[in-house]
Design a protein around this ligand. Structure first.
Ligand code: NDP
Length: 302
């Protein structure tokens, strides 16, 4: 079987081009989407993620600012920073780069976010919205997984999705979004017994653990779709996913690469969420603007 590579990088570029067009239209309403990223400490992976987000959002015509705070920042000062941004009309989206240093209470910081500006979809109101299937911001990585499947016209309705990982950032919200698409969902974690057996049942297998090549090639049923969310450094320093990708080639029907799979899609969703906040701030329907931009991009590509 030929394994189709689900190219998140190319798909994200298309989405970003659509967003740039839609953003240009927003300018007619004197709105420039504003994104602020709060980065605490010096975590090297977070520095790279933040730089990539900054580049992508700037490229789409956004105003992007990164607030860098020392690891020693107090909980009170960090929450005050969030409150200040909540009040700033030029700021449409606020992202607190996680994880925060262990001395800080990340949950309490996220609780301070104005839900209308919570572009990561992690504040309590956003969590309620995606859990209940109501409109609201969806967390960027799971939204990126669903969007990538959509863009490849892969319908998960009725399929069995097995998600390895139950974090608030990936596994839990993805389970909710996949159920909303009528998938049958199993969520596995560190206490799951017979992980390989569960994985072998999957029509769509999602690896979101953070352990290089944990998911072996022969854990994948022939013809399954594999979304590899994990980002790990291999022994040679190169980025690798949670899945043994070489072992899945010829076995999986489709596979997301690492890098170039879910990572760029996550950033594209962050930009889209910020765009939506900006459009709503002046009473415009972001979906209408995005549909027009997508139609315009398709026309240009044809
Ligand atoms: P967390 O550490 O928050 O969660 C990891 C999950 O994996 C937990 O639910 C944990 O179980 C489970 N787990 C750990 N070990 C095992 C095991 N041996 N068998 C089965 N399950 C296990 O990680 P995140 O969800 O934040 O991230 C997961 C991966 O995705 C990381 O590599 C991260 O870098 C990557 N990531 C990628 C993004 C992207 O843009 N592509 C964005 C976000 C994350 P338990 O709950 O029992 O502890």
């Amino acid at each position: 079987m030929d394994t189709q590579i689900l190219d998140g990088k190319a798909t994200a570029l298309t989405i970003r081009a659509e967003l740039a067009k839609a953003t240009a239209k927003l300018k007619a309403h004197n709105v420039k989407p504003g994104l602020v990223v709060i980065l605490v400490g010096e975590d090297p992976a977070s520095q790279i993620y933040v730089r990539n987000k900054d580049r992508a959002a700037s490229g789409a015509g956004f105003e992007v600012n990164t607030i860098r705070l020392p690891e020693t920042v107090s909980q009170q000062a960090l929450e005050a920073e969030v409150e200040k941004l909540n009040q700033d009309p030029k700021v449409h989206g606020i992202l607190v780069q996680l994880p925060l240093p262990g001395t800080l209470n990340a949950g309490a910081v996220v609780d301070c976010l104005d839900p209308a500006k919570d572009v990561d979809g992690l504040s309590p109101r956003s969590v309620a919205a995606w859990t209940l299937g109501r409109p609201g911001h969806k967390p960027c990585t799971p939204a990126g997984c669903i969007e990538l499947l959509d863009r490849y016209s892969i319908d998960i309705s009725g399929l069995h999705m097995v998600i390895v990982g139950r974090s608030m950032l990936v596994g839990k919200p993805l389970a909710a979004l996949a159920m909303a698409r009528n998938a049958t969902v199993t969520v596995c974690h560190s206490r799951t017994q017979d992980l390989a057996g569960h994985c072998r049942q999957a029509d769509v297998l999602v690896a979101a653990v953070g352990r290089a090549k944990l998911i072996q090639g022969d854990w994948v049923r022939s013809g399954a779709i594999v979304l590899d969310v994990g980002i790990n450094r291999g022994e040679d320093g190169k980025l690798v996913g949670d899945a043994d990708q070489a072992g899945m080639m010829g076995r999986a029907r489709a596979l997301t690469p690492v890098p170039g799979g879910i990572g760029p899609m996550t950033i594209a969703m962050l930009i889209r969420n910020t765009f939506c906040c900006a459009a709503r701030s002046v009473g415009l329907d972001p979906e209408v603007l995005l549909a027009e931009a997508a139609a315009c991009t398709e026309g240009a590509e044809a």
